[in-house]
Design a protein around this ligand. Sequence first.
Ligand code: URA
Ligand code: CA
Length: 433
Amino acid sequence: MRMYDIIEKKRNGHVLTKKEIEYFINGYTNGEIPDYQVSALLMAIYFQDMTNDERAALTMAMVNSGDKIDLAPIKGIKADKHSTGGVGDTTTLILAPLVASLDVPVAKMSGRGLGHTGGTLDKLESVPGFHVEITNKAFIDLVNKNKIAIVGQSGNLTPADKKIYSLRDVTATVNSIPLIASSIMSKKIASGSDAIVLDVKTGAGAFMKDLDDAKNLADAMVSIGNHVGRKTMAVISDMSQPLGNAIGNALEIEEAIRTLSGKGPKDLTELCLTLGSQMVVLANKADNIESARKRLEENLTNGKAFEKFKVFLKSQGGDARVADNPDLLNKAKYKIDLPAQQSGTVAKLIADDIGSAAMMLGAGRATKDSVIDLAVGIVLHKKIGDDVKEGESLLTIHANQEKIEHVKEKLYASIDISHTPVKAPPLIYDTIT
Ligand code: URA
Ligand code: CA
């Protein structure tokens, strides 16, 4: 087999075989095939696309390029959730204990934040004592015992994806549905869950800004998952404005605690119930979405989800007292309100710019090596569609520095107030089951 022939075949619009796809992934991972040939093939894929069979083969070749987490010692159907990334997306912190409270085993690998998007591991580390580095055995034991554990990625997962993603970044081939879908799904599949629920975001703060692109990506990922034997569903949700009210690590823990007690922001609660219902159905703990949702709603109000969150925090070394007393979390020194400069209706609350403002305060990483401040962030008091009076607080900035004029400027630039009525955008655009 020759790489040249594979490039030519795809360039001419033909379908690659599983063997050809494995040949190029293995050859590239072990350094036998050079960057320039893989670049050419990626560009051919960008223009010619891939069939469902090719996408599944590409995904599995990347899964098999490195370590795979074996969750077989965990009893039951393990359900996982993946979000394509957003601002103030507190979902995992709520969803994991919520579905675990219905005995769905959640063995979750999460990531750290980068740029304007936050990471679940950072948020959890704002709980004093909580640690995300635990051995594989401890991880599995915890899920068997409590139905929930969240860890950082360990081992050499999908090295082919790492190499290819870096190459796509410099060859203008990131924005390709088969390449994005296989990249995301390979990581999910390698981390071992039986069932996968995808939260594909759309809007200003999302990777997929356009709704049609988000739908195409969701369809592609659901198709790959089911093709390779993992039960997969998806939700397309709004990320034109931040999710919930809090953006920032400790602030989002506080928001999660409130939501788990049934007192959270409406949008965040709704998204957790929507995604959670899918996870519960995929894990065979309910016959249909409606009954799953009803049981999840019950556990938000009867204290069971909240109790599960406390057990989870404690099991990984965290101070579970924060659940009853969020004042024990790290607090920022200054709380500064941002008053509305005019009366009207909030028309825009541009998610990625607000995420960048939180990053400027120190809540997020500008580069992989940045050190973050877990206490700082932003709490929104108004969302799109809300009326506001001149001088009324739009949001509160939690800062550890007094001079934040540049952050205020960024925030004012990301908020539009209109004199004509504005409707809140839909939260859920579509569900794919
Ligand atoms: N996120 C990923 O993990 N991979 C992509 O290709 C794009 C976004
Ligand atoms: Ca939030």
